[in-house]
Design a protein around this ligand. Structure first.
Ligand code: ATP
Ligand code: MG
Length: 283
């Protein structure tokens, strides 16, 4: 049995729980208990603030954790990053008031920057040989320039709309983040075995994300061209139809390519195209 630390509420909570659910691991939501044992997998969830997750894992209170890479980096936690999870995507960026003449990172020399990420920012400034003052504030960083706390900010950006609303312009992206699965170092044999099973399930889940299953009828004469359009995992499945000039073709494609591929397939005579969601892909 292992323990996994999950954000109790906030941006990563729901997607962390739905990832577990999608790989057959049911745990009670944090509303009911701070510690919840799964009935379907040897794991229990410990619900915490995201700030605490890296240390709780490095210190051994939990074996695993789901947290933003930004928090792991900022805390300098001594943990292993097992995999990226494909959600919670954001970046840490420097932003300055709109209208300032920006001529590159040296703009920050002699200026002050408000942030909740002093370590990541400190490393960046040192790297670029910039002498700026870091003002640590824990929330509402984006209002700092308007109220005179600092000249600029260093904060999380995802869509950028918060910056625009506060009259700021993003000028440098410093760190790209997403949710990651972290583990304590020096795992024992039993923990390793459970984690291998978990990673296997997560992989089949992330591989299938954003994939569509396509099924169509195709004149046999167009088969070669269709195979060029549909580079499937190995090659598309081709099945005979009652009419000997036609076949049925099955393939998995990226959802993002769906409409382009469908148009190309129609152009070479494909008919009755069925598009289905893919639940899992076990490689
Ligand atoms: P907690 O109460 O657990 O300390 P929090 O307020 O510090 O929560 P959230 O705002 O819930 O944190 O964000 C958690 C994580 O989600 C961030 O550390 C980051 O990795 C990720 N994230 C993704 N997009 C955004 C965004 N637009 N703003 C903030 N965090 C984001
Ligand atoms: Mg937090």
């Amino acid at each position: 049995m292992i323990r996994i630390a999950i954000q109790s509420k906030g941006r990563l909570n729901e997607e962390s729980l739905s990832l577990l659910q999608s790989i057959g691991i049911e745990v009670d939501a944090p509303k009911r208990k701070l510690l919840s044992r799964s009935q379907t997998f040897p794991i229990e969830a410990l619900y915490l603030r995201d700030d605490d997750i890296p240390q709780v894992v490095s210190g051994g209170t939990a074996t695993l954790g789901i947290v933003g890479l930004n928090e792991v980096e900022e805390r300098g936690a001594d943990v292993d990053i097992l995999c990226r999870l494909g959600f919670g995507g954001c970046r840490l960026s420097l932003a300055i008031p709109k209208g300032e003449a920006y001529d590159g990172p040296s703009w920050f020399n002699g200026r002050s920057i408000a942030t909740s990420y002093p370590n990541i920012l400190g490393k960046y400034l040192k790297n670029k040989d910039i002498d700026a003052k870091i003002e640590v504030i824990t929330g509402s960083v984006e209002i700092a320039p308007a109220v005179g706390i600092a000249d600029a900010i260093f904060d999380i950006v995802s869509s950028g709309s918060t910056l625009v609303a506060n009259g700021l312009v993003e000028v440098e992206t410093v760190f790209e983040s997403e949710a990651v699965l972290i583990a304590r170092k020096d795992l024992n044999g039993e923990e390793r075995e459970i984690i291998d099973d978990l990673l296997f399930r997560i992989e089949s889940e992330t591989v299938s994300r954003g994939k569509k299953y396509l099924l169509m009828n195709l004149p046999k004469a167009s088969l070669e061209e269709a195979i060029r359009i549909l580079p499937a995992m190995r090659s598309p499945t081709v099945m005979p139809l009652a009419s000997s000039d036609w076949c049925s073709l099955h393939s998995v494609i990226d959802a993002a390519d769906l409409w382009t591929k469908v148009r190309q397939l129609k152009a070479i005579g494909a008919e009755g195209i069925l598009v289905m969601d893919v639940d899992k892909i076990i490689l």
